[in-house]
Ligand binder design. Structure first.
Ligand SMILES: O=C(O)/C=C/C(=O)CC(=O)C(=O)O
Length: 249
């Protein structure tokens, strides 16, 4: 995947996320997100901190000065809780826009020959700086769903759905997570055998590629007006029968 493509995905994703956030009033930012124990405000604050963390990694790549994304995972979690408590809801929405602009600015500052500089992600993985645009893009797309206003993976561009499916597979493979899925996509007619362990009982999932993706991401089955979905999904396995997938990140 080219760097320019990932930069374009990031721009698109940021707009997708901010348009979702902007539909919330100040008051309903306090309501639950799709993530356990997190309000929508937790998601929004995390997204601001995530952009700031990626800016620290871009600084690292640009200057060589080692500036980690977060001091530690615990410090990251505490900083989210602190800002949820202390920031006004209206300020969180305004600052979310500002920080996205700052990140776009910093991405534009990185010279061509610094993109392959190795930095350390917030999850401790050593990555080239060129991974940052896509990592931010996927945070934006997935956390837009977590804001819990009814946005679904069916709203993602098809290329993003494909890319996220590849990410889910490679993450499970890298982690040695035993999965054995036979996926049938009703929109494209494709079958995908996503298998890291033949010994694991096979689970068959049938639906639009985006619906299947959303399920595999652990965000439930999208509620839509489609007839086959209303019946619980066409094919061998209805969404209601499906076991929860392993956590992917
Ligand atoms: O998705 C990844 O592999 C990496 C993501 C991050 O480094 C960002 C975070 O984990 C975070 O902001 O909490």
């Amino acid at each position: 995947m080219s760097l320019q493509k990932d930069l374009d995905f990031r721009t698109l994703a940021e707009a997708f996320y901010l348009q979702t956030l902007d539909q919330l009033s100040r008051a309903n930012l306090d309501e639950p997100s799709l993530l356990p124990d997190w309000s929508r405000k937790h998601v929004a604050v995390h997204m601001m901190h995530n952009a700031e963390g990626f800016m620290r990694l871009l600084h690292w790549a640009r200057t060589g000065e080692k500036t980690p994304m977060y001091p530690s995972r615990d410090a990251r979690d505490q900083a989210i809780e602190d800002d949820v408590k202390h920031l006004e809801n209206g300020d969180v929405i305004t600052m979310s826009h500002e920080v996205a602009d700052e990140l776009a600015h910093d991405l534009g500052l990185l010279p061509q020959d610094r993109w392959e500089t190795q930095v350390v992600s917030g999850r401790g993985a050593t990555i080239p700086a060129s991974d940052i645009p896509w990592l931010r893009a996927r945070e934006c797309f997935i956390h837009a769903l977590d804001l819990n206003i009814g946005m679904t993976a069916l709203d993602f561009p098809a290329e993003v759905t494909d890319r996220l499916l590849t990410d889910v597979t490679s993450t499970w493979e890298d982690r040695g997570e035993p999965v054995n899925y036979l996926l049938h996509f009703t929109d494209t007619g494709e079958d995908l055998h996503m298998c890291t362990s033949e010994d694991t009982q096979q689970v068959q999932v049938t639906g639009h590629k985006a619906e299947v993706l959303q399920h595999l991401l652990g965000r439930g089955w999208p509620v839509s007006g489609r007839d086959d979905n209303a019946k619980g999904g066409a094919g061998d396995s209805t969404p209601r029968d499906l076991p929860a997938p392993p956590q992917w990140l």
